[in-house]
Design a protein around this ligand. Structure first.
Ligand SMILES: Nc1ncnc2c1ncn2[C@@H]1O[C@H](COP(=O)(O)OP(=O)(O)OP(=O)(O)O)[C@@H](O)[C@H]1O
Length: 443
């Protein structure tokens, strides 16, 4: 730094031209000049400072520490923070003024009260700590929500899908995944994201079916247009990540127009993956889906077959859910072969979601170690009453009906907790249920 030289008779003008706390000390530490507000940080009138020694003031704890000795020693500008007797923080800068033989002749210092800055700094540090904790948590949650381990792909068609995903995930193309409810569309969308170059970015899921037309634009592009700029839209949230438009076939034509316009206007740095239950090409042909939006979204189509058409996957999935729920509920149960066979040949319109639900119910609601067809929830039981086993048996009709009644009652007793519930399901009175149960119990 270039040395500052004291100009003769110039100090007065310099000092008086500032509405600042400035103090000038001589090389022996005496205060020789002050401004009108000097001393206010130390709760002293300016005139009381004049003539005092900074060494003494330091000893009394008023200048803690004094800056003049430091500047004299270092012969250069010094910046320190003083703590005053009443706990205020004062940022003080000391500058040496040199004489002709290059010795420090005077020290000029100016100070600002910075307690608030310190409080702000502490607050910022605290915020920073919280932010990094939240960031860590977010990364963990993102990782968890995107974990796609254990994808079952025994069937040829699922293997082919995984191959396609492998190929297209690193490319920035739009993908449309079609399939029935619960067939694994969002699982594949997450897999595409995980295998893409944007894997560390966000995966933003937009459930198209649940957003009313009136607020769709607001949800997509945020509140800038509606006077609520603090509202961030999905398109902004998805930057450098993946935008997953779940159930895009559920959008009304009005919302489709908004979506297309917003996607075209936004310089979106994200990958779009959409899911649909219905074929978008059919909807487009029937004018229920905008053709231009169709071409925008439908670059790579992936079709996931329902589980009933993927028996190899279905079989593994039933086993997986049995393992999962026996472990979760700490029970030791297996499905009978006949029940397993039955499950393999059901419709499963809700695919994974439905199977998961039924297997959990089977594991939780039955007390026997081997779960059989009779343990299926009523709505899943086949509509045959097993009468064939009774008919040609030389028994009378009342005896056969009696046997059927006994079977129905005992099976209902296993399933329902109270006789009131049984009566309601079977459509007879509760005393009737009690009477019949007694009758069969005594047989
Ligand atoms: N191939 C698979 N292997 C193992 N589990 C799977 C597979 N596909 C999906 N699942 C599981 O099935 C459940 C439903 O899957 P997902 O949510 O991906 O279906 P979806 O088709 O997106 O459903 P929706 O129709 O509700 O959008 C999830 O718990 C998922 O982990």
């Amino acid at each position: 730094m270039q040395n500052l030289y004291l100009l003769p008779n110039a100090e007065e003008e310099i000092i008086d031209s500032y509405d600042e706390d400035i103090i000038v000390t001589s090389r022996d530490g005496k205060i020789i000049k002050v401004t009108q507000i000097s001393g206010c940080n130390y709760d002293l009138p300016a005139k009381d400072l004049l003539g005092q020694s900074v060494y003494e003031l330091e000893e009394k704890g008023i200048f803690s520490p004094a800056i003049t000795p430091l500047v004299l020693k270092q012969k250069k500008k010094v910046v320190i923070v003083q703590t005053t007797t009443n706990g205020k923080k004062v940022l003080i800068t000391g500058i040496p003024l040199f004489n002709e033989i290059n010795e420090v002749e005077f020290v000029i210092s100016y100070s600002y009260e910075v307690s608030e800055l310190f409080t702000l700094q502490e607050y910022l540090n605290e915020l920073e700590g919280e932010m990094s904790a939240v960031k860590g948590e977010l990364a963990l949650l993102r990782e968890e929500s995107l974990t796609v381990k254990g994808i079952i792909s025994e069937s040829k068609s699922m293997k082919q899908i995984l191959k396609t995903v492998n190929k297209i995930a690193p490319l920035n193309v739009a993908v449309t995944i079609q399939g029935e409810i619960g067939v694994g569309k969002s699982t594949i969308a997450k897999l595409i994201h995980k295998q893409s170059l944007r894997q560390n970015g966000p995966f933003i899921e937009v459930n198209c079916a649940t957003i009313p037309d009136a607020i769709f634009e607001n949800e997509l592009v945020g509140g800038a247009k509606t006077g609520t700029p603090e509202k961030i839209g999905f398109l902004q949230m998805a930057q450098s990540g993946t935008l997953y438009l779940q159930g895009v076939d559920e959008l009304s034509l009005a919302s489709q127009t908004i979506l297309l316009k917003s996607l075209q206007q936004t310089n979106g740095n994200f990958r779009i993956v959409s899911s649909t239950e219905r074929g978008l090409d059919d909807l487009t042909a029937n004018k229920r889906f905008r053709e231009d939006l169709f071409y925008f979204l439908h670059v790579v189509p992936i079709h996931i077959k329902p589980l009933r058409e993927r028996l190899e996957d279905l079989s593994k999935i039933i086993e997986k859910y049995v393992d999962r729920y026996t472990a979760a509920y700490q029970v030791n149960k297996i499905l009978s072969d006949s029940l397993f066979h039955e499950l393999l040949h059901m419709e499963w319109g809700g695919n994974h979601l439905e199977i998961k639900n039924v297997v959990e119910r089977l594991i939780v609601q039955n007390e026997t170690d081997i779960i059989t067809n009779d343990d299926l929830p009523v709505e899943y039981r086949r509509n045959d009453s097993g009468l064939d086993t009774f008919v040609i048996d030389g028994r009378t009709l009342p005896a056969i009906l009696d046997k059927v009644e006994e079977k129905v009652l005992l099976s209902a007793q296993k399933r329902y907790k109270t006789t009131i519930e049984m009566a309601k399901v079977l459509g007879i009175s509760q005393p009737s249920v009690v009477r019949k149960l007694k009758k069969y119990a005594n047989k």
